[in-house]
Design a protein around this ligand. Structure first.
Ligand SMILES: N[C@@H](CCC(=O)N[C@@H](CS)C(=O)NCC(=O)O)C(=O)O
Length: 209
């Protein structure tokens, strides 16, 4: 197995955190997005879509999506389970993980990539260059607010996002909330349930890797 990481980007951090929670050692190469290493012919020979993270499986298959990387590692290393046990739990984890990606990660990316000066011409990840659209940054900021409200509502009813214990969905939501600092957003002071959850996830050793 070979893991391609990037120490500064949120999606690789999700996979890195998942690996740390599993307590496994996987040979790792760091690719610097800041230096544009994801766009080099060498890396594009590994992942033509030029994104990170990437996990090359034992059989040599190339996984470029966090959910697939998590599923593969969950099957390979079932303990501790991070994707639920049985159909009800598994479905809950995938449901909330998708919500974290679509309602959390996408708005943060939209807001950041369409406003930050270092992202000029790079409004979307991948090999093609796209111009920034300032209206998308505005929309992204509004959507982050909706996501934070949804999270607070959910966490008032449940100690963790998908289950009554930590799972992949918590990793995704946590990483995107921390990354939202790039657009100067953090958990509102009145969101007590979210702040409590955040403190518990932040204290996990995997949050420091
Ligand atoms: N769908 C992928 C998203 C991967 C992605 O967008 N990664 C970003 C880093 S967070 C990237 O590779 N960016 C490269 C770029 O900005 O050129 C996943 O599930 O992880």
């Amino acid at each position: 197995m070979l893991f391609y990481d990037c120490s500064t980007a949120p999606n690789p951090r999700r996979a890195r955190m998942f690996i740390a929670e599993k307590g496994v050692q996987i040979e790792t190469r760091d690719i610097s997005i800041a230096k544009g290493e994801q766009l080099t012919p060498e890396f594009r020979a590994v992942n033509p879509r030029a994104t990170l993270p990437v996990l090359v499986t034992g059989a040599g298959n190339v996984l470029t999506e966090n959910v697939a990387i998590a599923l593969y590692l969950e099957e390979m290393f079932p303990d501790p389970p991070l994707m639920g046990e049985g159909p009800e739990e598994r479905a809950q984890v995938l449901n909330w993980n998708a919500i974290a990606e679509q309602q959390g990660a996408m708005p943060v990316a939209e807001a950041f990539r369409n406003s930050n000066r270092h992202m000029k011409g790079r409004a979307l990840p991948g090999p093609a260059d796209f111009d920034q659209i300032p209206e998308l940054a505005e929309r992204g900021m509004a959507r982050i607010g909706l996501f934070l409200d949804m999270l607070e509502q959910r966490l008032q009813d449940s100690p963790y996002l998908a289950l009554d214990r930590f799972s992949l969905a918590d990793i995704s939501a946590f990483v995107f909330i921390e990354f939202a600092r790039v657009v100067r957003v953090s958990i509102p002071a009145e969101h007590g349930a979210t702040l409590d959850w955040y403190g518990r996830v932040r204290a996990r050793p995997s949050a420091a890797v």
